[in-house]
Unconditional design. Sequence first.
Length: 473
Amino acid sequence: METPDRKLFLGGRLKRLRRDLGLTQTAMAADLGCSPSYLNHIERNQRPVSAQLLLRLAETYDVDLRTFGPSGGPATEATLSEAFADPVFQGLPVPRHEIVQLAEDQPAAADAFLRLYRAFADRRARDRAEADATGAGDETPADWVREYVQSRRNHFPDLDAAGEALAAALESESPGEPFELRARARLQARHELSVRTLPDEVMVEWTRRFDPHRRRLLLSETLGPSSRAFAVAFQLALAEHDAELTALADAANAPDEPTRRLLKVSLANTLAAAVLMPYAAFQAAAEATGYDLARLQARFGVSFEQAAHRLTTLSRPTARGVPFFLMRVDQAGNVSKRFAAGAFPFSRFGGACPRWRLHSAFRTPGRIVTQIVETPDGQRWFTLARTVDRQGRDAFTETHDLAVGLGCELKHAHRLVYARGLDLAAPEVTPIGPACRLCHRHPCAERAAPPVDRPLTVDDWSKSVSPYPFAAG
């Protein structure tokens, strides 16, 4: 657990900043008003970075101080510890301080190690299942996009700002009208694009399809109100901000064209959510209601999963929300989503621990179940889980064939309506393991073998990286 007086040793990051700026230690020390020897001690992690020095860094070089906080990229202490716990490294214990140093001072090397380990773990899983080894072990576009989104802590301030502006424009054009009607009217008036809802037998396997020749967005009647509204918001986001979305996707330097296109889909989904749930209004409502998901659903006309995922994006420096993480699984335990605004305690390479109630949520369809869990590193988390329906079925029947888990560090639980009445000072805690498949020493490993992430197909890509239940078809 972090404490307010925790010392920050950020020598590696400060050294990288200095080199990126093309400065000598003497020049940077002069800019910051300190001695070169003091700066040298900091870069060698012999002295901690003071708050005053961080503020001078921000003022002098226009640095975002979040870049000097805990790493949000793939190579964090938790993910590296998880990988090094694999039995393949048995007899080669890596002490915690070396893992921390690797993540903080050599992030590129750490990321390369994790990419290599992920390929190895995927290949091992395929070999054990005697699957067809046709290159599926390479990093897929979905893998890359997921890691990129997480490296940004699932927060894109430019898209939030654009979403708020577009939502305000829609409200001014048609005050009081439901969102979908306002968005349809704007699509028709400004972009000569119509929206039609067609029978399921006409759409066949499609729930949404855009016809560029006739300028029509076709939606299946199987889509419920929240999915239909999101589909329209997605199309409006593309129509209004295609150039900006393209620029953001290009700036990410994706490894190939399929990955770049998939990233743009993910960014467009993020913008659509920002239009449906404008940042300031949504964050204020979340705080006022104690993060009551049912009330947020009703107020913004969204689904449980859409509201839950939006909660993981509230990282605006001037209006932060509770830093949630989110995971979605099916009844077989296959993990299809992982997103986090802050720390993320669960496995990136395997499934979630079977002791977590996310898996037992299927026994109580539609009901929220809560649980306080503790990971092997001693961290405690408040979690809640509930079943949800797959996109395209919510208009007819409730199938409850997916479950969404949401959680945060226990220190934030007092802000949640779901924790009221609980003794948070001396809670009932369930010990869990973040990587049962990898760390066989964890006590629950012998009781149950959680499933691993299944290989993603091309059809899965947009759904797996889409922040919300609606994904572009």
